[in-house]
Write a protein that binds this ligand. Structure first.
Ligand code: OGA
Ligand code: NI
Length: 368
């Protein structure tokens, strides 16, 4: 990719589009001023957090990928991943090969971006027409018609495939210095890690290594990278940083700073569990399409982020999603009389359309 040039600058009027709706407030400003939680962030009692941001669950699997290239070690890793996908739908990986220095550099860019004056961030404001396709800076959630907001600011980038990437590139912030180059490098490394993980997951289902990667579009697989910024909150018990949801794509990799907040729902115990931040690790969570491809053997885990009153929290989330024309549905090779298809087959873009219009009942993490 060509290095950024002055022509990559975008005029604010091109991108600010009814910012009242997608950037209704600066959550960072509210965090610095408000003594109580503003009413538009107060969640219903049913949605409020029940487990503390730092009450860590140590049972969530942590899997080392060290030696994955050797046949003997790979077998063990595949088995561990298969168990984690079926029992949890969420796990952490270490020794994954993405340099810690790069992870830290990008987290620094995340922090520096959100610290910019609001006018600078508004140059990249999200257009409201399009969750889940909306890119850019927003606060609360992607949905423009929300009654109750989430306590967060975020910046979403379209990164892959490369042709989309190049068009979307002009929408990436130029400030702070080095932002774009670091994101390109990170995007590349994570793409390799996603391919490796999809290979291990395919093997754990008894499929050829490249099966899932090909099923979700091969080189046309989409990648989006999201920066989340959760300011400290005056009344964290009444709200959420990120409402409960499953991710709609294939698989999600999350990097977080050393402040907890990510929680997954464990249906066996009917409890939310908090993921412990591990320096240099990625949290991997399976998304809807993997639950469907695996015919429900693996689960798309319901998750959310809680906030706290002392510290700001940041995460960087990479979504690997099928290409829009991918044919999705349970993998035929996994089906038989004892295991009939639990889901229909469809083209991924139709799933997105239904998902966006709220007609679709997405998997609720209750598989397995
Ligand atoms: C997401 C997400 C959780 C977090 O962005 O989809 O689940 O802890 N984020 O930031
Ligand atoms: Ni998520």
């Amino acid at each position: 990719m060509a290095p950024p040039t002055a022509s990559d600058d975008i005029a604010p009027e091109d991108v600010i589009f009814d910012t009242k709706r997608v950037v209704p407030v600066s959550v960072i400003k509210l965090a610095s001023e408000a003594t109580g939680l503003p009413p538009q962030f107060v969640k219903s009692e049913r949605e409020r957090p029940t487990v503390a941001y730092d009450d860590y669950c140590r049972e969530i699997p942590v899997i080392s990928l060290k030696g994955v290239e050797t046949e003997s070690r790979r077998k063990g890793i595949v088995a561990e991943i298969g168990r984690a996908c079926a029992e949890w739908g969420i796990f952490q990986i270490v020794d994954h090969g993405v340099p810690e220095e790069l992870m830290k550099n990008l987290m620094d860019k995340n922090l520096a971006f959100f610290k910019l004056p609001q006018e600078d961030k508004l140059k990249y404001a999200t257009k409201p027409e399009g969750y889940p396709e909306a890119f850019g800076y927003a606060t609360g959630s992607h949905r423009a018609d929300d009654d109750v907001l989430d306590w967060r600011e975020f910046m979403l980038h379209s990164c892959l495939p490369k042709n989309v990437h190049e068009t979307a590139y002009s929408f990436w912030p130029k400030k702070p210095e080095g932002y774009r180059d670091t994101l390109v490098e990170y995007s590349d490394k994570i793409d390799g890690l996603v391919t490796l993980l999809l290979g291990l997951i395919s093997e754990s289902l008894g499929l050829p290594t490249d099966y899932i990667k090909n099923a979700v579009g091969g080189e046309d697989t989409e990648q989006k990278i999201l920066f989340n910024y959760y300011p400290h909150c005056p009344q964290p018990d009444l709200t959420l940083g990120h409402r409960s949801h499953t991710d709609f794509g294939t698989i999600t990799l999350l990097q977080q700073i050393e402040v907890g907040g990510l929680q997954a729902y464990k249906k066996e115990t009917d409890r939310w569990v908090t993921v412990e931040p591990i320096s240099g690790a990625f949290v991997v969570n399976l998304a809807d399409q993997l639950q469907i491809l695996s015919n429900g053997k693996y689960r798309s885990v319901l998750h959310q982020a809680v906030v706290n009153s002392n510290q700001t929290r940041q995460s960087i989330v990479t979504f690997a999603n099928p290409s829009s024309m991918s044919q999705m549905g349970p993998v035929p090779e996994l089906l038989n009389e004892a295991n009939p298809a639990k889901y229909p087959s469809y083209i991924f873009k139709d799933y997105l359309r239904l998902f966006r219009s709220n007609v679709l009942v997405v998997p609720d993490g209750s598989a397995g």
